[in-house]
Design a protein around this ligand. Structure first.
Ligand code: SIN
Length: 333
């Protein structure tokens, strides 16, 4: 008889989402309630799961049970501490996290910024609820486990696995509100694909330099600096920025038009906010590419170009990066 304590473990954290959703009708893929089924029940219903992870023991923990539109910093802190704790154990191979699709890219980027990449942290999800006639959750879960068991997954940092693709935390974006294949890594493409339990890596090398903050310094309270996102659009005024500054906001990320451009009234309000100590980062609302910074001393630099650029991050990820930086956490050693 195999002593389960001697097996290498994969820790599976449940946080809710559509993957744990339930609907009254099996053919209803939108009128469901997310975050209903426990991670144990969810996994227990997956045909072939035990054979898929032969030689490993799965350890389940329900960290939260939320629709990820309501994901928050308190859950993130709990998740980061539990993930770091699990990965520090020599008998743990890696971690799988089930999550709603709506903010999975933010949670993945947050974990990527506080967990060092020596063991895999694989987030997965579903676009159809657990009760669906044709739920995508079970296959996504098996694929996520395949990635954790793959030796090459050590070192890639946090990834999102969905619809057979492995996406890097820094690049992944949800790009479709309904389709099962809802994610894209943009121009770079995915890190790899999962095919019949095997991972085919694309060979894409990830930029190694990234801020890595000390997870142990994250506040348990979940109270983080307030950072809001402001979008530029035709007719954009500075009113939202002025109201946020009055409300005590500490950071602002702009989802600018095109190359991160901002209307003149919005630019003026943001420069004024910076004078009051608010930190501002400039990103773009374009789904592909990134803001191309103007050369430092370019004679035609307009005022909006004096606002620092968000280093290729989408607005939602730049917001997480700015929050972490404003917290003044020590870097991970
Ligand atoms: C959620 O993000 O929790 C709901 C939507 C989904 O998971 O697809």
């Amino acid at each position: 008889m195999v002593d389960s304590n001697s097996l290498q473990k994969i820790v599976v954290f449940g946080t809710g989402g559509t993957i744990a959703g339930q609907s009254a009708l099996r053919n209803d893929n939108i009128g469901y309630v997310a975050a209903q089924v426990s991670i144990q029940t969810l996994s227990g219903d997956i045909a072939g799961l035990a054979a898929h992870v032969l030689g490993y023991e799965l350890v389940f923990e329900q960290v939260a049970q939320v629709d990820s539109k309501d994901m928050n910093e308190a859950v993130w802190c709990d998740l980061a501490h539990r993930t770091a704790h699990a990965l520090a154990r020599p008998d743990v191979q890696g971690v799988v996290i089930t999550h709603g699709t709506d903010t999975i890219e933010e949670t993945a980027y947050f974990l990527h910024s506080v967990i060092s990449a020596t063991k895999p942290v694989v987030l997965t999800c579903a676009m159809r609820p657990a009760t669906s006639l044709n739920s995508d959750g079970p296959q996504n879960m098996l694929d996520a486990l395949s990635v954790v068991m793959d030796p090459q997954a050590n070192g890639v940092g946090a990834v999102v696995v969905c619809a057979g693709a492995v996406h890097a935390a820094a690049l992944v974006q949800k790009i479709h509100p309904y389709r099962v294949d809802a994610f894209s890594s943009g121009e770079a493409g995915p890190l790899g694909w999962v095919e019949e339990g095997r991972v085919r890596w694309s060979g894409l090398s990830m930029p190694s330099a990234r801020p890595l903050w000390d997870v142990s310094a994250l506040p348990i309270s979940g109270v983080w600096p307030q950072v809001e996102i402001v979008m530029n659009h035709a007719g954009a005024t500075g009113a939202v920025v002025q109201a946020l500054v009055q409300a005590g906001v500490q950071g602002l990320v702009t989802a600018g038009t095109g190359n991160g451009t901002l209307s003149q009234p919005l630019t003026d309000a943001l420069l004024q906010a910076m004078v009051h100590g608010v930190q501002v980062l400039r990103s773009t609302r374009c789904p592909l590419g990134q803001v191309v910074a103007a050369p430092q001393m370019a004679p035609d630099s307009s005022h909006d170009k004096t606002i620092p650029v968000a280093q290729g991050l989408s607005p939602v990820k730049a917001r997480v990066a700015l929050q972490l930086s404003l917290m003044g956490l020590p870097p991970q050693v």
